[in-house]
Design a protein around this ligand. Sequence first.
Ligand SMILES: O=C(O)CCC(=O)C(=O)O
Ligand SMILES: [Fe+2]
Length: 329
Amino acid sequence: MAEIASPPTLKPSSESYSAKLVDDEIPTVDYCMLYSNDPDQESLAIEHLGQVCQDYGFFYLVNHQIPEKLLDALFKGISEFFDPSTLEKRKVYSKKDPMDRIRWGQNYSSGENREYIKVIAHPQYHFPPNPSSFSDILDEYYKEMRKVVMGLAKAVSKTLGFEESYIEKAFNLKSGFDVSAMNLYPPNYVSKSRIGIPDHTDPGFIVTLVQDVNGGLQILSHKGYWINACIPRHAILIQLGDHLEILTNGKYRSHIHRVAVDRNEVKRISVATLHGPSLDKFVSPAPEFVNEKHPQAYLGMTYKQSLEANGSDEIDVQSSLDQIRLLKV
Ligand SMILES: O=C(O)CCC(=O)C(=O)O
Ligand SMILES: [Fe+2]
């Protein structure tokens, strides 16, 4: 596979944002340490992960075992897929029906500036069949990423003091519904504002994010200021999803994030995958997290119902946390 040259850095813009914007303050979690053969090291790593989930809700994951060559091939494949000269060909994936499993879109507006292709990556794979080398790379990438996600489900269960299969069972992750967005910002160098994607949280257990060019993603911390995410090359940014917040009754919260694009100068590709419960899984705050001091703060409903609660379908997902929340935590 061809090597990709070191990418340029996209400088974040702070204009037009009122809340404080700081550079990187995002913790790092070492995936291998969560499974260390040394029990002391392992328990320290699990304790650290629990602290990070509670205090931040997002972190850089390093030593995750996804080959760097696979990530580089993924970015190259996406870059070729979004080639401006083949724009007409990909319009075939424009949304025609709510049941479409592959969906393409291009937005140039004051509220959103990106080109994207969304696919369902689990429980069944739905990828653009051409070019075949690209769908093979996607297949490999999503399989590798699922291993990481299942591993994190075990580790997060332990941070909560449960057996390692707790999260997997609570979300029925073996049949989990994963939607992945491959994004190009700005859409072929044209944007109508500095917003790539506006403020939002994401549904599901966790969101995994990889990118080819640093900068652009901004995360609102629980302390109320924005952080520019400077994801180390080949690391994965993990963000906790709304349904982990619901399950833990607000102990592990999701958080608002957005993408800034900067003066159309740099092309950035990201792959954000929402790893969710199975569509029919009923998710509500677990009894272990509900007590007099922490009354039930969210409604229970199936994952499918919660995806549809925002008036959208299950692929064009947006957070429905506002409709599900009973109390502010
Ligand atoms: O591209 C990014 O950095 C973020 C994408 C995102 O937040 C999403 O697709 O939900
Ligand atoms: Fe997101």
